[in-house]
Design a protein around this ligand. Structure first.
Ligand SMILES: Cc1cc2nc3c(=O)[nH]c(=O)nc-3n(C[C@H](O)[C@H](O)[C@H](O)COP(=O)(O)OP(=O)(O)OC[C@H]3O[C@@H](n4cnc5c(N)ncnc54)[C@H](O)[C@@H]3O)c2cc1C
Length: 550
């Protein structure tokens, strides 16, 4: 007997988007998530009274579906979006340039910034124009583009190594999560065309003003609850069994939990999905591989920069974000150093990374050597994204039906996008639409017709304007990342609790993560002394004792 119209496996953005669309169309939906929190790869944890995200997340104005998703879960007011793209790019010894746009129509909107980009020689700047024009003519869906790397293509278009490291990789690394030398040209063409070249404002950057556990986890839990979706956290789905009369039996927790569903959307990471769905229904997704993101998060006893975020060249530092307000720091400053394509850092001890990056940051920001390091956290997400190298396009199935009553979703599916929040939401919506089309259910209600996140909801920040900190403490947001227990009795949990925690385990102030996927939350152990020795920096107070997480 059918218990429910749809079971969604996985409570990341893809699964949440699928569940909301199906519920909005009138389906009865149960969402099953193995962790204690919703939000998947976007989550937060609490340490010493502050909130830390598992990794900095940004989006662009062109991320229409993600921005609609924020509207749908009532979170558009919790993000900021630049009025106009402006990324300060710092180099050691005070050199600074900006990647930005003017208000001219595309592609002229980038011409001024390219001409003035002082981290490149005049000769290198002159070579940018023809390459940008050629990039704008590429069709990201052309299979031939998935046969070569972006780096090869750039070299063919006379981009020298300096231009690749000081400009092209600044955009490729954080969006594709591998450097140009490894990235599929198809993925890079998608990012550059949609984000920067096709429209003048598509690349304006947005980010969350609250912890991710609040933005996605808590807001989604509320939206799902209001839509009538049963959310069961802390339950790992282990088997999907076809039912002779149609539909699927979903088995979790060694058979302790079962649901009989007319349809299932599996919105888990690609490796987990391959282990759940019948053999032969997916291409060989193992070739998608993984690529890591590492964040080094530093709390200083004073402010060291007025910039809300910046990028760096000639430095191991890639992007730095001011997290003071979202962390809840009331005195001093919290910075998150986000490192993409970061596999090479996975084996490095947290205290070593902190030492290296405090030193490198000190070369970019003169205030750092004079500041005291109050706390530091290193998060390592081993499988932040799939590895978007040439040849991966064929291994990405379209989101949607792979067998009768069975659909897949996830940022790893063929959405046209790299593994991003936008891709995740798109995939979830596509899977829900496919399931609903199969059942003849009503189509999902149309999303707001106005430009998503526009108007009064989303906060705009003017380019280059330093963001004033107002010491907004999030101690009151102790519910961030918590999930309402579904009927099945899933317990509440603190943000970022491990899969291995018991359902309903006490709320945790620490970060834990599935160690098979992540070292997130491993806390830097080092003392100021090591930083001082390595970096020749001013003596610092010891940072608090390490809290090693399993
Ligand atoms: C540190 C970091 C930084 C990033 N930065 C950005 C950024 O700046 N911009 C951007 O757009 N994207 C960024 N990304 C990528 C983005 O977070 C992901 O692409 C997106 O969140 C993936 O969503 P998803 O729903 O497809 O998958 P996931 O978030 O992986 O969700 C899948 C869910 O399925 C659950 N699950 C797995 N197996 C089972 C099972 N057997 N039973 C039940 N549940 C199961 C998992 O626990 C998980 O919650 C970043 C990722 C990381 C880690």
């Amino acid at each position: 007997m059918i218990d429910v119209d749809l079971v969604v496996v996985g409570g990341g953005l893809a699964g949440i988007a699928a569940a909301l669309d199906a519920a909005d169309a009138g389906a009865t939906v149960t969402l099953v998530e193995r962790r204690q929190h919703l939000g998947g790869l976007t989550w937060s944890f609490r340490r010493h009274g502050l909130w830390f995200d598992n990794g900095q997340h940004v989006f662009m104005r062109c991320c229409d579906e993600y921005r609609r998703f924020l509207d749908r879960i009532g979170a558009a007011c919790d993000v900021v979006l630049q009025e106009q793209l402006a990324v300060p790019v710092l180099a050691p010894n005070g050199r600074r340039a900006t990647i930005g746009r003017s208000r001219l129509p595309a592609p002229l909107h980038l011409a001024g910034a390219m001409a003035r980009y002082g981290h490149l020689s005049v000769a290198d700047r002159l070579r940018l124009g023809p390459a940008v024009a050629a990039l704008g003519r590429l069709d990201p869906d052309d299979p031939a583009l998935d046969r070569i790397t972006f780096g090869e293509w750039l070299a063919r278009h006379h981009q020298r190594p300096r231009a690749v490291s000081a400009l092209w990789d600044l955009i490729t690394l954080p969006t594709v999560n591998v450097p140009a030398a490894e990235a599929s040209l198809a993925m890079a063409a998608k990012v550059f065309r949609t984000g920067l070249l096709d429209t003048s404002d598509g690349g304006d950057i947005g980010w969350s003003a609250v912890p991710l556990g609040e933005l996605h986890g808590r807001r989604s839990a509320a939206a799902l609850g209001a839509a009538g979706v049963e959310v069961v956290c802390g339950a790992r789905v282990e088997q999907l069994r076809p039912v002779p009369d149609g539909g699927w039996q979903v088995v979790a927790d060694s058979g302790a939990r079962r649901w009989q569903a007319a349809s299932v959307v599996v919105a888990a990471p690609h490796e987990a999905t391959a282990g759940l769905v019948p053999v032969g229904t997916l291409p060989d997704v193992q070739v998608l591989g993984t690529s890591a993101v590492v964040d080094v998060q530093l709390v200083f006893d004073r402010s060291v920069t007025d910039l809300p975020f910046f990028a760096a060249v000639d430095s191991p530092v890639q992007f730095v974000f001011d997290k003071t307000s979202t962390a809840g720091v009331t005195r001093g400053q919290c910075l998150a150093l986000s490192l993409s394509g970061a596999d090479r850092y996975l084996g490095t001890r947290p205290e070593v990374l902190v030492g290296q990056f405090v030193e490198a940051l000190g070369r970019l920001l003169p205030g750092v050597p004079r500041a005291g390091l109050v706390d530091a956290v290193v998060t390592k997400e081993h499988a932040a994204t799939f590895r978007a190298t040439p040849g991966t396009a064929a291994a990405r199935p379209a989101p949607g039906m792979i067998a009768p009553g069975l659909a897949v979703a996830g940022a790893w599916c063929a959405t046209g996008w790299p593994a991003t929040m936008e891709g995740a939401v798109r995939s979830g919506r596509a899977a829900a639409a496919a399931v609903l089309a199969g059942t003849g259910a009503a189509h999902p209600p149309s999303v707001p017709s106005s430009r998503p996140g526009s108007g009064s909801h989303m906060r705009d920040v003017a380019p280059g304007r330093p963001r004033r900190r107002h010491g907004q403490a999030h101690a009151s947001q102790s519910g961030a990342g918590r999930v309402h227990a579904g009927q099945s009795g899933a317990g509440q949990s603190g943000a970022g609790q491990s899969d291995t925690s018991q359902s309903g385990a006490s709320q945790s102030d620490t970060s834990q993560s599935d160690t098979s996927q992540s070292d997130a939350g491993r806390v830097q152990a080092g003392r100021a002394g090591s930083v001082s020795q390595n970096g020749g920096l001013a003596e610092r107070r010891p940072v608090p004792s390490p809290q090693e997480v399993p």
